[in-house]
Design a protein around this ligand. Sequence first.
Ligand code: GLY
Length: 489
Amino acid sequence: FFFSLLKRKKEAKKEKSSPTLVLHGNVPHEDYTSTKIPRRGEQAAAAAVTLPFLQLKFGRKVSGGLLSLGKSAVAISAGRRADSPHFCMVYNLLLKRKRIFSIIKYENLFEDVYAFRACHVSEHVRCRTGFRLQREENTMKTITVHASQTYPIWIGRGLLGQCGTYLKQQTKAQTAAVITDDHVDCYYGDIVTKSLEENGFRTIKFVFPHGEASKCSKTLNQIYDFLCENNITRTDCLVALGGGVVGDITGFAAATYLRGLDYLQIPTSLLAQVDSSVGGKTAIDLTGGKNLVGAFKQPVAVLCDLDTLHTLPKLFLADGMGEVIKYGMIRDEKLFTLLEQHTLETVSEVMDEIVPTCIDIKRDVVEHDEFDTGERMILNFGHTLGHAVESYYHYETYTHGSAVAAGMCMMTRATCTPELYVRLCDCVKAYDLPTEVDAPVAELVPLCGNDKKRASASLRFIVCETIGRAEIRSMPFTEFAAWMGGVDA
Ligand code: GLY
């Protein structure tokens, strides 16, 4: 008895000390398909991140499937013969001096193919190197929005490759028309269409140039023509694959083409995941301003694959963080405190917590005021001045999130205690976002008049005197101009 106790203790200690590698998903390795990817460079990293369960070929020597993502990744050779040994390579996926892959371990991982397969079916598998492999299952979160249409938001990792399975649950459509931009298409176009086709959808794809300039009537008309040429009927569906621009214009096409058809949102930017893909606001821009023509049209579902954030350039991550900080300010002090503990460099570590938190706040606000006549306006904290900043600089100098960050700081400086202002500024700076802009406030204020929240001669704006609590205020426009103008003095 004594010896068995000692043995158990020893095993428990070993168990504790062995490093754990988390496997995302549980796709049987027989389902892997062969995809050639470059050995190095950004494309290699993107492919590695986006093809978690596909067989990767690293040059001539080794082929393998990438099983785990994050700061390090495990690639396992698929082997030509069922009994061939399976190797493990741990790649450091951190982007350091442009060298993306550096092999830090390359060892025979499994005894045989059975052990290799075991990692797909059991919770914990210890492999030869002492690594404890833990399959990450059921980590996908579902948030259900109860608006004029009830729909799920799925949040997790490695979901893109299963989007067809998910979409099938939500629609009877036979054809899925994927609408995306050229950047996103390079990264995720194939994985999405493949999954849709595997699940019985006929797929067609429309790709337009990335950027805000495409969110216009010209692109919209091209989308309509494309849908018409491909005989898309009201019982088919659209798939918005991309950031805010793709989501907004696809949603508007879905709201209007044939008087409305289903659409699925697959947001691939942080801003789209935490904000624009949720809540059913769809729109295009006019020369006179952003989002001036639009409709409320809820999607049939939103699929948020957090792995897509790995391919997001830092500038776009910061852009999304502007909206994330906003959620902390308007509704959630705990979230704000978490953000204070991180920076743009480290925030990815807590993305699995941040994204669902923000989405849940948005869900709650949308459920209370789907059509933006009251409470939903709190989502526009920082936006009144933010929109003015974007417009002043002709939408070229500041991203939406950075303009919102500056707008939040400027509004807080005018309405709150210096302590709160400093706290917000410190947080904003940690995410490489601006706390102010060079444009004189006196020149920004008239541009606030274009804000959609201006009701007749009164301007409504949002103030957060306490972190986590937002208030809608209203002021005659002329008074607001004098009041904000005085801020600069
Ligand atoms: N992006 C603000 C809203 O959805 O109301």
